[in-house]
Design a protein around this ligand. Structure first.
Ligand code: GLA
Ligand code: CA
Length: 814
């Protein structure tokens, strides 16, 4: 009934405003599949979609960004729906404000743009847990993205809630939505058609066929599709869904669609994610991709009638704690999601934008390109200011829970920091503290800093000095984004499992497992930060008034940040507050390069993570969240700043690393001597793109895999490899989760082509040697433990002609 009313209201509105009925506007229609093409109301149609994510854009800027996409000659917007931003607590849904996805779709329609919706439930997207809500992990044994009854129950409830927002906005109902995606790249997660089918059925039911006024009987309903890679889409391909491919700039387009063409010669072709650039992770260089490759790829697709969605056309920002992390290993993403996209993080046109626009004009039916809109805000600078107020993290402590060690999830906390403490018995020699610390642990004994255990570096242990009986061990663990890709998405935070202390004597190894802990959860939110600062300030004010004698937190505040430097190490992680005054409001980039590691809030808005290691050193602060007069900045720094100062600059700094040492794996001591070793295989790879398998002569055993590259297909000295797998005795790929690069004679670090790119699960990233380095090249991978293997799978660079592909090789296991 409600739905009918809404439709009537819409019809009335339409009659009243006929001018709205342009290209994408308001008349019920349909979007279907014809012979080798999509059909919009029966007419062949090429989708030119721009991927943007509404939660990564402040709502006041939504329409500007949509207009920017339109100015590129796009005819659609492609969006993900991040489940976890809409249902932050189980059963509590939010589709208001920056989460008002229906309004976002209506704005797209108002601007003559169609919409493609990708509602997950899993989305990846370098977003916390790939869009899944953390609270699912409160059921410890949950199976994510599988037919786990609880998982499926929650998925259905969520999808229905999304349906309440969007089902009225399908093209069949006069709205802009033309397609909806089922799950996301399931092929790189597993093989499970029954699960994917259940997601399909759930969406089909919600966006079911509705009778069309211009046609007898029910229409076909919203068009459902599934996306994957050309190398794996058949694994979960359902007969009744449209299949689309994802690949990056530079790819050989014909190759990418070859298999689809063989299986479904009459199907329309669509690249559902054409990667314009790439995402950045902490501790590695800013990623870029050449404009030329992107524009040529899109030109080629358009000339062949291939539809696409440009991922990202405008990346925006993963505000607050929403940036995710990649695996294998743990590679958290930075706050900026600039992506080297044609429209930059703050909504402006880049050189890539202009090149793309020029090319797109060829396919604009001879019409003038839509105008490039004016930026909604000017860019401003802010002079350097001090953050003088300080409250130690431990002043935010509430409700400790005593007993066994607990994860964030067990403490019912999604994001933040936990402090764990226990008392130790006397240990007369050094000991090794070990455990799973997710993600950044700092260890203190009797308030003195001992060291850190950083998951990004794969660290799991730390040597402790001898301690006296009753010494207090404190471990502060900061959680970063949950893993968003691969099997590791089940990513609990805090200390996972037991912590042990191991001492070795000549006679024995003694392992101590402390059982009595105090667990304290300190959530990452503005209220917690503000309350801690206000509380300390309150004590301080009373102290100034002579009402109380100096307490430690108060001391920290009275003497500001300078005072905190004199305090015990344990007092250094904490909240800092300062203010700046504006005469004119605008977008700016606040610089945090003198700070340690943590989170920033501006006027109560969670702006994102900072970390001195870079490459991102500034945070984008949209002018729409600033005001004339006094603006507040709070920084939670779990390490402590070098200097507690901030300033606003006119340009972002996304590519400044401040690392203790380089990420290269060229330590000569790690290079094996292979002179006397027998290769597991020698031979030559074939030329061209795509996977190849090299069978070993029988079973080979070893902890390390070494590949010596003796020549390339095109006689150059420069080698590139995209991915490697080893097959076990059952002929199946062995897990690469424990893999690490042990040695590589040469790595092109400026382009981020380090050794670990050969096992990062991404077919579009690769290890590449430097231009200047000469043959032979060697890469050595530590498999984590001794493995018995039977074959190697090799993927050269995905770009046309497989640049840098290896010819003669020797493979060793030792
Ligand atoms: C895949 C996913 C996207 C995104 C990109 C990389 O294609 O589907 O969500 O993670 O990789 O940016
Ligand atoms: Ca790779």
């Amino acid at each position: 009934m409600k739905q009918i009313f809404r439709k009537l209201a819409l019809a009335a509105m339409l009659m009243a405003a006929p001018s709205l009925m342009s290209a994408a506007n308001n008349k019920p229609g349909d979007f279907t599949v014809g012979d080798k093409t999509f059909l919009l109301n029966g007419q062949p149609f090429i989708v030119k979609a721009a991927e943007v994510h509404y939660p990564r854009i402040p709502r006041p800027y939504w329409e500007h960004r949509i207009k920017m996409c339109k100015a590129l000659g796009m005819n659609a917007i492609c969006i993900y729906i991040f489940w976890n931003i809409h249902e932050q607590q189980e059963g509590v849904f939010d589709f208001t404000g920056n989460n008002d996805v229906a309004e976002f779709c209506r704005l797209a329609q108002k601007n003559g743009m169609y919409v493609i919706v990708r509602p997950g439930p899993y989305v990846c997207a370098e977003w916390e847990m790939g869009g899944l809500p953390w609270w699912l992990l409160k059921k410890k044994d949950i199976k994510l993205r599988e037919r786990d009854p609880y998982f499926m129950e929650r998925v259905k409830i969520f999808e229905e809630k999304v349906g309440e927002q969007l089902a009225d906005l399908t093209i069949q109902n006069g709205g802009p939505i033309i397609m909806i995606q089922v799950e996301n790249e399931y092929g790189s997660y597993g093989e499970d058609k029954p699960y994917v089918s259940e997601i399909r059925d759930c969406l089909r039911e919600i966006y079911r066929p509705t009778p069309l006024p211009h046609r007898e009987g029910p229409g076909e309903g919203l068009l459902l599709f599934q996306c994957d890679w050309s190398s794996n889409f058949t694994k979960n391909g359902l007969d009744d869904l449209v299949w689309t491919m994802n690949f990056g700039t530079g790819a050989n387009i014909d190759d990418q669609f070859r298999r689809l063409g063989e299986l479904r010669p009459n199907a329309p072709k669509m690249c559902s994610e054409f990667w314009s650039g790439w995402f950045d992770k902490w501790g590695a260089r800013h990623e870029t991709r050449p404009a030329k490759d992107m524009v040529e790829g899109m030109d080629e697709m358009l000339s062949k009638g291939i539809s696409f969605s440009l991922y990202m056309t405008h990346g925006g920002t993963s505000f607050g704690h929403w940036a995710g992390a990649n695996s294998p290993g743990f590679a958290p993403d930075v706050t900026s999601y600039d992506y080297d996209a044609p429209i930059n993080e703050y909504g402006l046109a880049t050189p890539k934008f202009w090149e793309l626009r020029k090319m797109m004009e060829k396919y604009n039916d001879g019409k003038k390109m839509p105008a490039v809109p004016k930026a909604p805000m000017p860019i401003i600078t802010v002079p350097k200011f001090q953050l003088t107020e300080f409250a130690p993290l431990i002043s935010a402590i509430t409700k400790p829970v005593n007993g066994a060690i607990k994860t964030f999830e067990e403490m019912d906390m999604g994001w933040g920091t936990m402090m764990y403490s226990t008392r130790l018995p006397e240990i007369t020699s050094q000991s090794v503290l070990s455990g799973e610390f997710h993600d950044f642990a700092q260890v203190f004994i009797d308030k003195k800093y001992i060291g850190k255990i950083d998951r990004v570096k794969n660290e799991k242990s730390l040597t402790l000095p001898a301690v006296k009986k009753g010494a207090e061990l404190i471990i502060i663990v900061e959680g970063m984004g949950r893993i968003n890709f691969g099997r590791a998405i089940k990513d609990f935070k805090g200390i996972v499992g037991n912590v042990t202390l191991t001492t070795e004597t000549d006679e024995a190894e003694i392992v101590l497992t402390p059982k009595n802990w105090m667990n304290v959860a300190i959530p990452d939110d503005y209220e917690t930060a503000k309350n801690a600062l206000d509380m300390v300030k309150g004590v301080n004010d009373q102290m100034t008034a002579g009402k109380v004698k100096g307490s430690v937190p108060a001391l920290a505040l009275t003497q500001g940040y300078e005072g905190s430097k004199k305090l015990a190490d344990i007092m250094k992680p904490g909240y800092h507050r300062g203010y700046f005054t504006l005469k004119k409001v605008g977008d700016t980039f606040l610089n945090f390069e003198t700070w340690g590691k943590g989170q920033v809030y501006v006027n109560g808005h969670a702006m994102g993570r900072i970390w001195s290691i870079g490459p991102q050193q500034t945070l984008y602060v949209p002018g729409c969240w600033l005001k004339k007069g006094k603006n507040e900045v709070i920084v939670l720094d779990v390490v402590g700043p070098r200097e507690a100062v901030v300033w606003g600059q006119a340009e972002p700094e996304l590519n400044k690393l401040q690392l203790e040492k380089s990420n290269k794996h060229n330590n000569i001591g790690d290079k094996p001597d292979l002179n006397s070793a027998t290769p597991a295989a020698t031979g030559a790879f074939k030329a061209g793109n795509g996977w190849q398998t090299i069978k070993f002569n029988g079973q080979k055993k070893g902890r390390f895999l070494a590949i010596e590259c003796l020549s390339t297909q095109k006689n150059g000295d420069r080698v590139a490899i995209a991915e490697l797998y080893l097959q076990g005795t059952d002929g199946k790929r062995i897990s690469r989760e424990p893999w690490k690069t042990k040695y590589a004679n040469s790595e092109d670090e400026s382009g981020n082509h380090l050794g670990d790119k050969v096992f990062d699960l991404q077919e579009s990233t690769y290890w590449q040697t430097e231009k200047s380095a000469s043959m032979p090249h060697l890469i050595v991978i530590d498999l984590g433990s001794v493995q018995t293997v039977t074959a190697l799978e090799y993927l050269p660079r995905a770009e046309q002609g497989a640049p840098g592909s290896v010819k003669d090789f020797k493979i060793y296991l030792y």
